[in-house]
Write a protein that binds this ligand. Sequence first.
Ligand code: FAD
Length: 463
Amino acid sequence: MLWSHLRPSLTHLLSLRLLGTASSRMVVVKQPELLSAGLTFDDPSAFRVKSLGELLRALGVFQLCSFPLLVNNCGKLMTGTRTLLGRRGFSLLLRPTVYAQFVAGENEREISQSMGKMSLLGLRPMLAVPIEEDLGESTGEKRYDDNMEAMLECVRMSHSNAWSKDPMMQLKITALLSPELCVKLTTLITRQPYDLSLLVRAMDGEAITLPGLEETETAHFLCGLQRLNKIAEASVNKVRVLVDAEYTYMNPALTLVTMALMKKFNKDGAWIWNTYQCYLKEAMSLLLEALNLSQAEGFCLGVKLVRGAYMDKERKLSEKEGRVDPIHPSWEETNKSYNSCLDVMLDAISQKPEHNRIIVATHNEESVRRAAKRMEELGIDKNGGSVCFGQLLGMCDHVSLTLANEGYPVYKSVPYGSVDDTLPYLVRRAQENRTVLQGIRKERDLLRQELRYRIRLGLRGGS
Ligand SMILES: Cc1cc2nc3c(=O)[nH]c(=O)nc-3n(C[C@H](O)[C@H](O)[C@H](O)COP(=O)(O)OP(=O)(O)OC[C@H]3O[C@@H](n4cnc5c(N)ncnc54)[C@H](O)[C@@H]3O)c2cc1C
């Protein structure tokens, strides 16, 4: 029964055969509609691999997420409920519901169980340590060292458990380097760009001086670079590390550090990746800059392409400071930006697949279809490793499962940790993704259709 649900579709088998050899690429270019035509994302049987409990849980959670008032105030609501029920009571309430939907587990045994299940469905985990920091929350060096240990543990888990081919993990630089310093660096480098080689030398342990930074800031920067260096050394040739993009007031500093890591560690392959947020008006120029830099410096480029998660805060801040809004004026403009960046990257990949890589990190069906179609037109092998897809755990499984069934590499971004540790992360995710959450009506409808199918099957005596 389970096998029949997991069996690859005819299109999947056909696509694997078509993409198997160099000569078959010509066939793919001639008949693109044969392959991406399978990506309609409206088949409820994609959910046949889920247990009844999982179906009901997803339906319940998505139903809750469909109330904007709840989503917008979920931070306050959760804090209130936690005070009312106490830590244990709150954990008992959350664990089988919201937590189980969006988080992999608390310890390695629980995470392993979830990941094993995910592997069976053809999905690949991308672990994300849920550490969040913003301005004013910085603490001493010890806290950042502890975060580094948590990330080294994440590298170890991702690598040693063999949950998937080509493991990936996410990393937040502000968990290792104070957000205040990232803001200061951002101001400094707009006036006077830093040389990447200088940062690489610092990673190698050289006591360099950096123009514009005070002594204590330089000391902290050097410690941060050493922490990043340690994580990169542990992950190279084992786990691909995808650096998150955050706010525009610190992103240039994050990109500078990430590019230095790429220069040092991406000589023979893309082990360190950067994130490009297409809701930004400057997204395309940033992406082109990265492509040019990787070309000039001779390192491989890994790109995580997202729309962007900090829209409300970016807008509020620019308004408060009387700056021009850095975000595109509408969702349609953001979509255009996403499509253009996607096209540029896929073109670059078709020319140098061993040099450039992308993860199309979106829940948007149109973007996913466009990527698949362009891959076929350009003759990019879906098993070649240069293009993969990404969605968040517990969201838009109909997109992820359909893609996996069609033979595309699909990663699910997987946070893990205790209820307390993951709560701020989950609240932020729910709020940032409320456009997606409100748009999950389709997933809800498909889940309902699957539920009705099972009830009918049950009434007929099942098979
Ligand atoms: C694997 C993975 C990794 C991620 N890493 C990061 C990261 O490092 N940094 C980060 O910022 N985000 C990250 N995200 C989150 C990502 O940005 C959100 O999932 C994404 O914004 C939701 O967009 P979508 O393409 O999935 O869906 P869609 O529903 O198609 O788009 C919604 C998005 O469109 C944009 N948008 C909506 N309304 C407007 C408007 N009026 N004007 C302009 N733009 C608008 C917003 O970005 C909104 O989030 C990641 C997501 C995944 C799956």
